[in-house]
Design a protein around this ligand. Sequence first.
Ligand code: GUN
Length: 303
Amino acid sequence: MSDATIIDGKAFAAKLRERVSAAVVKVKADSGITPGLAVVLVGNDPASNVYVSSKAKQTAECGMESFEHRLDESTDEGTLLTLIDKLNNDNKVNGILVQLPLPSQIDEQKVLSAINPDKDVDGFHTTNVGRLWTGGDALVPCTPFGCSVLLKDFLGSLSGKNAIVVGRSNIVGKPMAALLLAESCTVTIAHSRTDDLPGKCREADILIAAVGRPEMIKGDWIKPGATVIDVGINRIDAPERGLKEDGSVKTRLVGDVEFDSAVKVAGAITPVPGGVGPMTIACLLRNAVVACCRQNGLADPGI
Ligand code: GUN
């Protein structure tokens, strides 16, 4: 059998950003409003720093207003809640994203609950979780939304397919399962305690890997011809690449799926990097425009 089709998330995300930019132009022309997205980072986590800068840059590139708030690692919960209250009441801010994880002195759930659900572009507020599971007008978490967009683009209808989601996080696994169910898949949510995980995976026409364990899912766990979406972004040592200038070993990014064995069995697969990753920010920008339209009584931008 020939190797799997590689699903190019990077190219798809670029197309999605073009559609977001066009929607922003239309919103401005129709209403004079410029959609605005606020991103809040507490502390100096290097990965979060990169994500937040990237989000701010892409927000501006799509013609939206970007509001960046960087707070010290020692920031207390009250200060953060005061900022969120201010952003909730600022009508130039249509979307609010608080980068996770937060420092340990701050109660994450309390912070997420303080965000106005209609500005919750991450879709983490329990109101949006409830809307998602009950078929309402939710703002949907960006990473699973991006996976669903890629799947529908590649497969067309997902109706009746067996889907397995490996991972049960609030950010990816659970909302992913809700989205697949809404597309009429038969959904299994698997996790670290699942009995015979390889066997369960082998039954799936669609496999979503979101466990955060480098290369855990092997080629022989995959049903021949299945569509595999790898959400994992894991940095591992790559001694074969030699040493960095500081003498430490070079690293590389891998997914939760062992790509080299999986690509020989799957029908289609997303690579890491260049698969799901770039879709996440593109979907965030899309959510910000959708939120802006809903808040201002404008037609849904259809992206
Ligand atoms: N940290 C890792 N992923 C995410 C995400 O999707 N949203 C936020 N706010 N923080 C994250």
